[in-house]
Design a protein around this ligand. Structure first.
Ligand code: ARG
Ligand code: ZN
Length: 876
C-alpha cells in the first residue's frame, strides 16, 4: 500500500488521555490500555473506530468498563475495527494485549535487550504494544503504571514525572509515571530492568530543578560521565541560543545494546543505542566522543523541536529531524571548531545525501508518498533537511532567523505542525517571501549551479554568470528554479575580502547573492585588478557547483581565502580532480601521479601553523573511494579508483618525506593523560593522518605497529590498527595486531564491533573471504543491529572493491545476508540494502552482476515490506 500526502485526513475520533498498566512477567507482559476518546465534530454517529495494530491480538475490549462481545469488534492483520461506540461525548476504551518481548527481534514495540525491557515506538511501534490511533497528529496525556518483580526488575521507567511507587506483595512492586504534556504515541517509552544509574542535577534558567539520570547495564554507569556532561552543556546551550528551557522535573536517558537507530527522543525518557552513551579513553575514539556529544544534544533538542511541537504526519518528518540536525550541528560548531564542523557536515552530506538524491532512492526532503515510513529516515530528510533550515538562516540573517524560531515555538507549542506552518513563521517574522524557497522541500535532486567569470580590465568590472538546472530524477518531482542563497567573497592578493560595489544583476544582500532565475548575472565595478572569486562560502546551498576557475586561482584560494571552509574546498576540488585524473590513468595502466603544485599545496597545508591541527587534518583527508566514484559518476571501475588513490597517497607521502616525519613527531601523542577536548583530538587527527602518508610512502610497519602497541588511548590504537589492516594487510604485524586487539577487548561489544568493521573494510577484493569467515565467528550475531552493521553494513557501504567485485560475489553475499537478516529485523535489512543504491554508476559487467543479485533478491518469497520497498525502488 502506498500512503500519500495528498490523502491526509484527520482521524474520526480524538484521544485525550491514555492510562496504561504494564504487568511484567518472565515469560510475558500484560498490557491494559484505557484511552479516553471522542468523536470529532463532523464524524457520523455510526462511524466505526479503526485502530492500528501489528502482530498483536485483543485479549479483551471494553467500553466504559463493559466488556464487548466479539460481534462488536474485528481484528485483522493491520488493526482493529470497533463499532457501535457512543454517538456523542467522551468514552473510555479499554484494550488488553499480551506481549512476548523476548521474541521480538524487530526491536520495534516492547522488546528485551540483555535482560532489559525497553520500547521503540517511532514511527509505528506503538501499534505493536496495543491497538491505537498510532499517528503523530493524535496527542494525549499518558499515565503509565508498571508492575514487576522487585528483585529482577528494580528500575521501572516511563515518560514524564514519577508520581507514585509502592509494594504489591509477593515480591512485586509498581511505579506510576505521569506525563502532563500531550504527545503522540511514537514518543511513548517504557524501560524496566536491573540497571545502574549515573545521577546529576540541572537548574534551568528560570530556576526549575531537574534530576538527570543516565541508566546503563550493570557496572557500566561510569562510562556515561561524558554523556552527562554533554547533556548539561546541551541544556544550557538551548537556553542561550534559542531561549528553550527543559519542562519536566526529571530527564532520563537509558543506554541499550540492541537498538535499531542511534537514539530516540521519547518525552523525558530518551532511549539510546549504548554506542552513543558509553565512553572510555581505552575503548572509545575521539570520533566516538563527538558522536556521543552530537546524539545527546540531538535527542535533547528534540524536546522542543519534535516533542513540544511535533509533526502532523510522517511526510513532515524533516520538520523535526532536519531542524534538530541543524540545531545539533550549531551546538557542535559552538562547542568545537565551527569550520571543522562545517567541513565534516558537508563531507557527510556529499557522501550520503548526494548519492541518494542522484540515484534510484531519490525523494524530496518532504516526500509525497511512501510504502514504509521506516525507509524515510534518510540522509535527505535529516541532512538535506538541515541544509534547508540553514539556508533560511542565510537568507534571513541570524536575528530574523531567531525571530522566526521564536514565533514557531510560540505559535505551534502543543501542536502537530506542517512544513508550511514552519516556513510561514519565517516569512512573517522575517518579512520575507519564501514561496520560491519552499520548492526545496518538494523538488528532489541536487541542482547543478554553473558559474562563469569574466573580468573587464579597462572597465574594472567583474561579471559573474550563474546558471542553475535540476535534472528530473527517479522521484519525478518538479524542476523549477530554486531560490539559492550564494554566500561569496572577492578576495584580494593579500588574502583580504575586497569591498566591491554591485553595479547590476541579481539581488545581493551583504555577502549573499540571491539567485532566483535559471540564469542570472551579477556585475561588480570599481575593481583595479581581478580578484579571486570565493563562491558558495560555507556551502551556503546544497548544490553541485561547476565553476571554471583555473588551477592557479584554486591554489591561491586554498592559501588565501579568509573563509576557512572555502580554503578547504579549493584544495579539495583540486585533489578531487587529481584523483579522477589518476583513476583514468590507472585504467590506462599508467602510474598514479598528482600535479606537483597540488601535492605541494597539500603538504604545505599540513605544516601551516596559522591553521588549527583539526583543520589541517581535514585538508589532508583525501576523498574516499566512494567519493571518487561519485565524482566520476558513470562507468566506474573501483579497482582503478583504489589503485589511483593509493598511488596518490604514496606519492604525496614520498614527496613530503622528512617534512611529514617532523610534523608527525611534533603532533603524535605524548604519554600524558588523554583528554577528549577538541584541540587534543585535532592533534591526534593530524598525527594519524600524517602517519598514514608516511606508512604509504615507506611501506614499513614498524612505527605504526609500535604506535598500536604503545597507544594510551583508543584513538591512536585504532588509527594504527586501521593503517596496518588497510595499508599493509599482508604484514605479520597486522595479523598480530588484529589478534591482540581481539584478545584485549573481546568482552566489550562496542570494541568488538570496531574489530569486525576494520576487517570488513580491508580494501582487497578477497576481503570477502575474511568477511564470510567472520560471519561464522562466535561473536557474530545477526540479530544485534550494531554487529550486523559492523560486518555486513561496513562491508557493503565501506568496501568499494570487494563489495563491487567484478565476479559479483560481493553482491551475492550481501544479498544472502540481507535475506537472512530480513527474517529477524526488516528495518536493518532494508537499511543495509541501500548500499546497492549506486549500482548503475559502475561499468557494464558490475552493473549486470548487481542487477542480477537484486532481481534474484526481489523475487524471493516472504520479503518484508521494508526490504521489498528498497529493492524494488533500487531496480525501478
Ligand atoms: N527520532 C529518532 C532520531 O532521529 C530516530 C528514530 C528512528 N526510528 C525509526 N524507526 N526509523 O532522533
Ligand atoms: Zn532526530
Amino acid at each position: 500500500v502506498t500512503i500519500r500526502l495528498a490523502d491526509y485526513r484527520p482521524t474520526a475520533f480524538a484521544a485525550s488521555q491514555v492510562e496504561m498498566i504494564f504487568r511484567l512477567f518472565a515469560d510475558r507482559t500484560e498490557v491494559e490500555t484505557t484511552t479516553t476518546l471522542e468523536r470529532r465534530a463532523g464524524t457520523a454517529p455510526d462511524e466505526a473506530l479503526r485502530l492500528s495494530g501489528d502482530e498483536i491480538e485483543p485479549a479483551r475490549v471494553a467500553v466504559d468498563g463493559e466488556t464487548l462481545g466479539p460481534d462488536r469488534y474485528a481484528a485483522d492483520e493491520n488493526g482493529l475495527t470497533i463499532s457501535g461506540l457512543p454517538t456523542a461525548g467522551p468514552f473510555r476504551l479499554t484494550i488488553e494485549t499480551v506481549l512476548r518481548p523476548e521474541a521480538n527481534t524487530k526491536l520495534m514495540g516492547l522488546y528485551s535487550s540483555n535482560g532489559i525491557w525497553c520500547t521503540q515506538c517511532e514511527a509505528e511501534g506503538f501499534r505493536r504494544i496495543t491497538y491505537f490511533l498510532d499517528r503523530p497528529d493524535v496527542l494525549a496525556t499518558y499515565r503509565v503504571r508498571i508492575e514487576a518483580d522487585r528483585a529482577v526488575v528494580p528500575v521501572l521507567l516511563s515518560n514524564g514525572n514519577l508520581t507514585e511507587t509502592g509494594d504489591l506483595g509477593s515480591g512485586r512492586h509498581f511505579a506510576v509515571w505521569d506525563d502532563p504534556f500531550p504527545k503522540p504515541s511514537y514518543l511513548f517509552a517504557l524501560v524496566a530492568g536491573d540497571l545502574d544509574l549515573l545521577e546529576d542535577r540541572f537548574t534551568t534558567a528560570s530556576g526549575r530543578e531537574v534530576a538527570l539520570g543516565i541508566y546503563t547495564e550493570k557496572g557500566k554507569a561510569g562510562g556515561a560521565a561524558y554523556a552527562m556532561d554533554a547533556l548539561k552543556r546541551s541544556m544550557r546551550w538551548d537556553e542561550r541560543r534559542f531561549g528553550r528551557e527543559y519542562d519536566l522535573d526529571v530527564f532520563n536517558i537509558v543506554a541499550i545494546s540492541d537498538f535499531n537507530m542511534g537514539a530516540m527522543e521519547n518525552k523525558g525518557l530518551n532511549v539510546f543505542n549504548h554506542k552513543y552513551v558509553l565512553l572510555d579513553p581505552e575503548t572509545a575514539t575521539d570520533g566516538d566522543y563527538q558522536g556521543v556529544e552530537t546524539v545527546i544534544a540531538h535527542e535533547y533538542f528534540h524536546n522542543w523541536t519534535g516533542n513540544r511541537i511535533t509533526c502532523r504526519d510522517w511526510f513532515q518528518l524533516c520538520l523535526k529531524e532536519g531542524l534538530t540536525v541543524y540545531r545539533d550541528q550549531e551546538f557542535s560548531a559552538d562547542e568545537r571548531s565551527a569550520p571543522v564542523k562545517r567541513i565534516a557536515s558537508v563531507r557527510g552530506l556529499k557522501a550520503h545525501q548526494f548519492p541518494e538524491d542522484q540515484g534510484p532512492l531519490q525523494h524530496p526532503v518532504r516526500p509525497r508518498e511512501y510504502r514504509e515510513i521506516s525507509n524515510f529516515y534518510t540522509s535527505t530528510v535529516y541532512d538535506k533537511g538541515a541544509e534547508l533550515v540553514r539556508m533560511i538562516e542565510t537568507i534571513l540573517g541570524a536575528d530574523q532567523f531567531r525571530a522566526g524560531m521564536d514565533l514557531y515555538f510560540e505559535r505551534h507549542d502543543g501542536e502537530a505542525a506542517t512544513v508550511e506552518e514552519f516556513v510561514r513563521c519565517f516569512e512573517e517574522a522575517g518579512g520575507a517571501d519564501l514561496s520560491q524557497f519552499a520548492r526545496w522541500y518538494n523538488q528532489a535532486g541536487t541542482p547543478v549551479l554553473e558559474v562563469k567569470e569574466a573580468f573587464d580590465h579597462d572597465a574594472g568590472r567583474l561579471t559573474l554568470s550563474f546558471a542553475q538546472s535540476l535534472a528530473r530524477g527517479s522521484a519525478g518531482t518538479g524542476t523549477e528554479p530554486f531560490h539559492i542563497p550564494v554566500r561569496f567573497g572577492l578576495v584580494g592578493p593579500n588574502g583580504q575580502d575586497i569591498e566591491a560595489s554591485p553595479v547590476s544583476g541579481a539581488a545581493i544582500e551583504g555577502d549573499v547573492i540571491h539567485l532566483r532565475k535559471a540564469e542570472e548575472t551579477v556585475v561588480f565595478g570599481g575593481l583595479a585588478e581581478k580578484p579571486f572569486i570565493s563562491i558558495l562560502r560555507d556551502f551556503s546551498a546544497p548544490v553541485t557547483l561547476k565553476d571554471e576557475q583555473s588551477a592557479a586561482d584554486r591554489l591561491a584560494l586554498a592559501r588565501l581565502d579568509p573563509n576557512p571552509f572555502n580554503r578547504w574546498r579549493a584544495l579539495s576540488d583540486l585533489v578531487g580532480q587529481a584523483l579522477v585524473d589518476a583513476t583514468a590513468a590507472a585504467r590506462r595502466g599508467e602510474a598514479a601521479a598528482m600535479e606537483p603544485e597540488v601535492a605541494d599545496a597539500l603538504i604545505a597545508s599540513a605544516g601551516d601553523i596559522s591553521l588549527d591541527p583539526a583543520f589541517r587534518a581535514q585538508m589532508l583527508a583525501l576523498p574516499s573511494e566512494a567519493d571518487i566514484a561519485r565524482l566520476i559518476g558513470v562507468d566506474v571501475d573501483p579497482v582503478a579508483i583504489h589503485a589511483a588513490r593509493n598511488g596518490v597517497v604514496e606519492a604525496v607521502g614520498q614527496r613530503a618525506g622528512r617534512r611529514f616525519d617532523d610534523l608527525h613527531r611534533e603532533f603524535r601523542s605524548r604519554a600524558d593523560a588523554y583528554s577528549p577536548d577538541a584541540a587534543s583530538a585535532g592533534r591526534r587527527a593530524l598525527a594519524n593522518a600524517l602517519l598514514e602518508y608516511r606508512v604509504a610512502a615507506t611501506g614499513e610497519a614498524e612505527t605504526v605497529a609500535a604506535q598500536y602497541a604503545e597507544a594510551g588511548n583508543m584513538t591512536d590504537r585504532l588509527a594504527a590498527l586501521g593503517i596496518l589492516a588497510h595499508r599493509l594487510p599482508e604484514a605479520a604485524e597486522t595479523s598480530a595486531a588484529l589478534a591482540d586487539f581481539y584478545a584485549r577487548f573481546e568482552d566489550d561489544a562496542l570494541v568488538v564491533d570496531k574489530w569486525f568493521a576494520i576487517q570488513a573494510t580491508i580494501p582487497r577484493e578477497d576481503a570477502l573471504d575474511g568477511v564470510r569467515t567472520l560471519a561464522r565467528h562466535p561473536k557474530f550475531r545477526l540479530a544485534n543491529p550494531n554487529r550486523a552493521r559492523a560486518l555486513v553494513g561496513a562491508f557493503a557501504s565501506g568496501n568499494q572493491i570487494s563489495f563491487n567485485r567484478a565476479d559479483g560475489a560481493g553482491y551475492w553475499f550481501v544479498a544472502e545476508m540481507i535475506h537472512s537478516l530480513d527474517g529477524l529485523n526488516p528495518q536493518i535489512s532494508a537499511r543495509i540494502a541501500t548500499a546497492f543504491r549506486s549500482w548503475r554508476c559502475f561499468e557494464t559487467n558490475r552493473r549486470a552482476q548487481a542487477r542480477a543479485a537484486l532481481e534474484e533478491l526481489a523475487a524471493r518469497p516472504g520479503l518484508s515490506t521494508d526490504l521489498k520497498d528498497i529493492v524494488e525502488r533500487s531496480l525501478a
